[in-house]
Design a protein around this ligand. Sequence first.
Ligand code: CDV
Length: 303
Amino acid sequence: MSRIVTVGAAQMGAIQRAHSRREVVSRMVELMREAASHRCDLVVFPELTLTTFFPRWWMESQEEIDSFYEREMPSNETAPLFNESARLGIGFSLGYAELTPEGQRFNTAILVNKSAEIVGKYRKIHLPGHAGHEPWRAFQHLEKRYFEVGDLSWGVWNGLGGPMGMMICNDRRWPESYRVMGLQSVEMILLGYNTPRHNPPAPDHDNQLVMQAGAYQNGTWVVGVAKCGVEEGCEMIGGSSIIAPTGEVIGQALTQEDELVVARCDLDLTKSYKTTIFNFDMHRQPDQYRRIVEQRGAVSPQG
Ligand code: CDV
């Protein structure tokens, strides 16, 4: 018998600074209802879904900075999402800016089961951009200023039909993100992103190939979901995609707006990869990979 998980990639169009959380959450609830009407088991929302992508601005007022973070989850404003999840019996993943009781700040994603209980949490590890003020850029990318490096590594959780994990945006460009979950037998990776079309230092870098490679090399489904459109003058890419363990894109968003992409994903498709060419136990040679964990930057060959 096949193990089907029906997933909805809930791409979100632009969220401007003037949009309240209440407005954003009501758009999310609409997408969740649409997903439920397609019998989705879970719906995947983007990175930092609840507000505009605030790391594009240098801000000095702590009050202004704090206004973009969540101190609790669920909160009064996000409760409708959890209530609707429980009512419809649909799980979800959600990205948001987390401010902990100890004052730590993370770019976070949570996995919520069909009873609206938080079953998994991930804090973004690969924070792109810069920490200092670079006002000459068309727009800045200050994730290194506003977030700490995540401290939870990449977990994998059961509870939504099979082993699932999360990564966030820039993580998708790093093979280590996928492999840490691959080593925990992940069968579906959920990831949200906010990617400017013309990231000033490298406007030509590809988006989808990395997710296809990560899916294939780890024998897993990958669900990549954008927040996109023109946000406060910054154009961000869409192209939300559902990718099979074959590395093939089997569903993709066509617009730059709120759009749901649905796919019935057979988790058993992961098996032939995990038991043959990517049977890690049989073929990996971790002793020969020491450089990966012992060294950070690249060195040049000697001589
Ligand atoms: N939010 C991100 O992590 N964005 C990066 C951009 C800045 C390159 C990304 O990898 O898409």
